[in-house]
Design a protein around this ligand. Structure first.
Ligand code: ZN
Length: 239
């Protein structure tokens, strides 16, 4: 009997319009902590849960504490792409992969060479002044002491989707378009129950959904194939 990895290998070999949907688990192998993960949380160090500290309201009412948490627990400017990022970039270059849809904000897919990356939660690499909209880089944020401020005096805000903020409409629609065209959907490092994964997957009409995730979720029944392993290890083993 064909094992799960062989089945996935066969599907990927036969695919010409693959779409990859990834979550925090894709970046943990690059050393970026999953701040939503059980036990991954800022535990005793910070008073509030991540859902509060990374909310739009907290950003504007406790900007200094927001940045303290964000810089220490969310950003990882020295992280490098891992074998999963690298393999996905190669599949795109080979004309097998339509798009990477990601919930991560770390820019590692682009660092690995991927071109069509749909960042549902925005990008830590882009930051703008809330007053005059001037653009700032990640290193501007990292090097600032206290709250990063614009030349005009305004507060600089990361272009990431905070709790309490809507997803970018253009990115969401591009993700729906890619899923609608896909002939294979690979979901990895995220549970299908996390918003907006569950809803987005309804836009997919291809034959197979493969899920690579360490832990079971209540949406596992949506997948035709489940592999409980690390994303990098699985993708590195497929050509
Ligand atoms: Zn400004």
């Amino acid at each position: 009997m064909e094992n799960a990895l062989d089945t996935l290998r066969r599907w990927i070999t036969g695919s010409r319009k693959m779409v990859f949907f990834g979550g925090a688990g894709v970046s943990t192998e690059s050393g970026i902590p999953d701040f939503r993960g059980a036990g991954g949380l800022y535990s005793q160090e910070f008073d509030e849960p991540a859902e509060v500290m990374l909310s739009r309201q907290y950003f504007f009412t406790h900007t200094e504490k927001f940045y303290e948490f964000y810089k220490r627990k969310v950003l990882a400017p020295d992280a490098k792409p891992n074998p999963a990022h690298i393999k996905l970039a190669r599949w795109e270059a080979d004309g097998k992969l339509l798009a990477v849809i990601t919930q991560n904000i770390d820019g590692l897919h682009q660092a690995a060479g991927s071109k069509h990356v749909l960042e549902l939660h925005g990008s830590a690499g882009c930051n703008h002044c809330v007053k005059c909209a001037a653009a700032y880089s990640l290193s501007d944020i990292m090097s600032a002491r206290g709250v990063p401020r614009c030349r005009c005096g305004g507060i600089i805000k990361p272009d990431v989707v905070l709790y309490g903020e809507p997803l970018d409409d253009g990115v969401f629609r591009a993700a729906v378009t890619a899923l609608d065209q896909a002939d294979l959907l690979l979901v990895a490092g995220t549970s299908l129950s996390v918003y907006p994964a569950a809803g987005l997957i309804n836009a997919y009409h291809g034959e197979h959904i493969a899920l690579i995730n360490h832990t079971p979720t209540d949406r596992d029944h949506m997948a035709d194939l489940i592999i409980r392993d690390s994303v990098g290890a699985v993708l590195a083993g497929i050509d």
